[in-house]
Design a protein around this ligand. Structure first.
Ligand code: NAD
Length: 355
């Protein structure tokens, strides 16, 4: 029995979460595994009731679960609140309280969606299946920062800081995952300029000694961002720092077409993880049944794979999604085809999984 804390959140969050839970139910029956799922308030809806986006009760449930599944938070109703009181502040608090330091964002192009990618078809003939492993709790977003008055105006600074332990633990995650994929890690840094990157490279090289079967290469961030567009099929796992990963994962994700297809996982080196679609709460389409639930369903597949070792169940879900797209079914964000609403897309995933 696995305990999953479910945080539907705001906007389209509850809509896409409901479809993922339908899929989880089928997986439970098909693989004879029990999941105890319980929903808690998080984000704007929690602010309305408890005046905080991440209430104590929700935090306790998250800390006592095997995995957390999150929809999305935020919306115009809470936009006028101060930064630390907004729904999005709950996201940082949640990641911090779970201690998840590794953010995994796969950019996988389902072949029926090749036409939605901004890349030329000839660049996609070998497929696109890149996993960005981004360090999530260190680097410039957390280093010493400040703004000081000068004679002329102000001086502001942020500092990139990494220590051996922080680099080592994220490197291990990248190499372990590469073992189950195409066995290649590309570490991305700016070692020609930055001391922190030189340490990054040294530590990654040391960790790689323990993985003789995994190919390792290093790229500078500027070159990597170019190569992703020029020749994306050269990549398997991209291992990088917080800021470089923030930028590269967005770039890679756009190569796959729609934000409605992109899942993510945040891990901390054991089985506990946080799983969420990359998209936000999409207030512009909330309540219209237009939300694509596939990013959340694919986040669920990541949970099955990374938190519960149910690799076959995860593959099953990805295959069902591919077959559905192959058969021409789409939600509105995916362009022309047999257009389904949110619930219908969830239902058809359930149907294909049962077949
Ligand atoms: P968004 O991702 O919510 O929406 C961007 C665009 O993509 C919109 O046009 C939306 O309709 C579309 N879209 C997003 N998800 C979709 C889906 N599943 N199916 C179909 N179309 C989809 O980003 P935004 O508009 O910049 O932000 C809206 C709110 O969400 C803001 O309050 C923002 O702070 C919040 N946000 C939350 C998260 C999160 O919870 N992790 C992430 C990003 C943004």
């Amino acid at each position: 029995m696995y305990r999953i804390t479910v945080l539907p959140g705001d906007g389209i969050g509850p809509e896409v979460i409901d479809e993922a839970l339908k899929v989880l139910n089928v997986i439970s029956n098909k693989y004879n595994v029990k999941f105890d799922t319980k929903k808690y308030l998080f984000g704007g809806i929690a602010i309305d009731k408890y005046n905080t986006p991440y209430p104590k009760e929700t935090e306790e449930a998250c800390l006592n679960s095997d995995a957390v599944l999150l929809g999305a938070v935020g919306g115009p109703k809470w936009d006028m609140l101060d930064g630390d009181k907004r729904p999005e502040a709950g996201l940082l608090a949640l990641r911090k309280s779970l201690g998840v330091y590794a953010n995994l964002r796969p950019a996988t192009l389902f072949s029926p969606l090749r036409g939605s990618s901004p890349l030329k078809d000839e660049l996609l003939k070998d497929g696109l299946d890149v996993l960005v492993v981004r360090e999530l709790t260190g680097g410039i977003y957390f280093g010493p920062r400040g703004t000081e008055k000068t004679e002329y105006g102000y001086k502001a600074y942020d500092t990139e800081v990494y220590d051996t332990k922080e680099i080592e633990r994220i490197a291990y995650i990248a190499f372990e995952i590469a073992k189950k994929r195409k066995k290649k890690v590309t570490s991305v840094d700016k070692a020609n300029i930055l001391d922190s990157s030189r340490l990054w490279r040294k530590v990654v090289n040391n960790v790689s000694q323990k993985y003789p079967d995994i190919e390792l290469n290093h790229l500078y961030i500027d070159n990597c961002s170019m190569q992703l567009i020029k020749d994306p099929s050269q990549f398997d796992v991209i291992l990088t720092s917080n800021m470089f990963g923030d930028i590269l994962s967005d770039e890679a994700s756009q190569l796959t077409g729609s934000i409605g297809m992109l899942p993510s996982a945040s891990l901390r080196g054991d089985k506990v993880g946080l799983y969420e679609p990359v998209h936000g709460s999409a207030p512009d389409i909330a309540g219209t049944k237009k939300a694509n639930p596939l990013a959340t369903i694919l986040s669920l597949a990541m949970m099955l794979e990374y938190s519960f070792d149910m690799v076959d169940a995860a593959k099953d879900i990805r295959q069902a999604v591919n077959n559905i797209l192959e058969d021409g079914y789409r939600t509105a964000d995916l362009g022309k085809g047999k257009i389904l609403n949110t619930q219908e897309m969830g239902d058809i995933v359930v149907k294909y999984l049962k077949e």
